[in-house]
Design a protein. Structure first.
Ligand code: 13P
Length: 309
């Protein structure tokens, strides 16, 4: 089915009380694994690309590839820019045909230094105006999430959480369609288990009219995710879990291939190299990881509202 607007997916999720999984793709195998998983679960899904992926691949090529896969998908899929840090990046992704963009005004363009509330409002408003002019959905962020290597110190953890009143004002001032909130999650793997501050989330949900987004979904226990969905989370971002599935599978296969090569050397045979034998199981492992999360998000079977199937 054709590419859908991010807003259509979130509106339907809100009406039915589930969350849409937003999974990061960097190449054909990651994008295929996400779409295959969504098809097997008959679930809507979001494929997202971060701005840092531009250092790995040409955005035009990646966007064209993802769009081609989406066009033959049997479920509704939206294409989303994850963590656009500047107005210019947002415009670039609008031109690439993404149907949803995130302007992350919580941090400056370096991705580390916090922006002030007012700076966040200004950059978000500008990006929202541009995106809305071409019918594209806008996600913003208020509060501070931890990053790998830049964890928020314990003493500052409370301050980093999204403030409910400020969030309501922010959404009103900027006109965004959804809001990513800081409620205790961290991007990447956690040391130990994360503590999701559900009470804070509930208060934000009471004050904020738009759907809420959980970043840093990897490692958040299933029950904590389900409870967050009860309190208004309608999109959950997953990246690291896909990478882990890829790495772990690949590591085992390369280990095995090296043993086979050593045996071939001993037997005086020629070594075999077939990278499809590495990539296919890695893609299958990523697909299974995505399917598992889709089930927790409660979106299995929910593609029917869009396709009638
Ligand atoms: P994880 O890498 O923790 O899954 O977080 C992904 C994310 O929030 C992308 O924006």
């Amino acid at each position: 089915m054709p590419l859908v607007a991010g807003k259509d997916l979130l509106t339907q999720a809100d009406a039915e009380g589930y969350a849409v999984g937003a999974f990061n793709a960097i190449n054909m195998e990651t994008a295929q694994s996400i779409i295959q998983a969504a098809e097997e679960e008959n679930s809507p899904v979001i494929i997202q690309v971060t701005q840092t992926t531009l250092a790995y691949t040409e955005p035009e090529e990646l966007a064209a590839l993802i769009r081609a896969l989406i066009e033959k998908a049997k479920v509704p899929v939206a294409m989303h820019l994850d963590h656009g840090r500047t107005f210019e990046i947002v415009v670039k992704f609008l031109r690439l045909g993404f149907t949803s963009v995130m302007i992350d005004g919580s941090l400056q363009a370096d991705g580390k230094t916090p922006r002030t509330y007012q700076e966040n409002v200004e950059v978000t408003k500008l990006a929202a105006r541009a995106a809305h002019a071409v019918g594209v959905t806008v996600e913003a962020e208020l509060g501070r999430l931890g990053q790998i290597g830049t964890e928020i110190p314990e003493s500052d953890a409370e301050n980093a959480l999204t403030d409910p009143d400020m969030a309501a004002r922010f959404v009103e001032e900027t006109g965004v369609d959804s809001l990513a909130v800081a409620i205790g999650t961290t991007h990447g793997l956690f040391k130990g288990s994360p503590t999701i501050v559900h009470d804070r989330l509930r208060k934000i949900d009471e004050k904020v009219s738009v759907p809420l987004v959980m970043h840093g979904g990897t490692g958040v226990p299933d029950d904590a995710v389900r409870k967050a969905i009860d309190f208004g989370i309608r999109k959950v971002n997953i990246d690291t879990q896909i990478r882990v599935a890829f790495y772990e599978t690949m590591a085992g296969l390369i280990d095995q291939a090296q043993k086979e090569h050593a045996e071939a050397d001993t037997a005086g045979q020629v070594r075999k190299y077939d990278i499809r034998k590495l990539l296919k199981p890695a893609r299958d492992a990523m697909r299974e990881a995505v399917k598992g999360r889709i089930r927790v998000f409660g979106s299995s079977g929910k593609a029917s509202a869009f396709t009638g199937v």
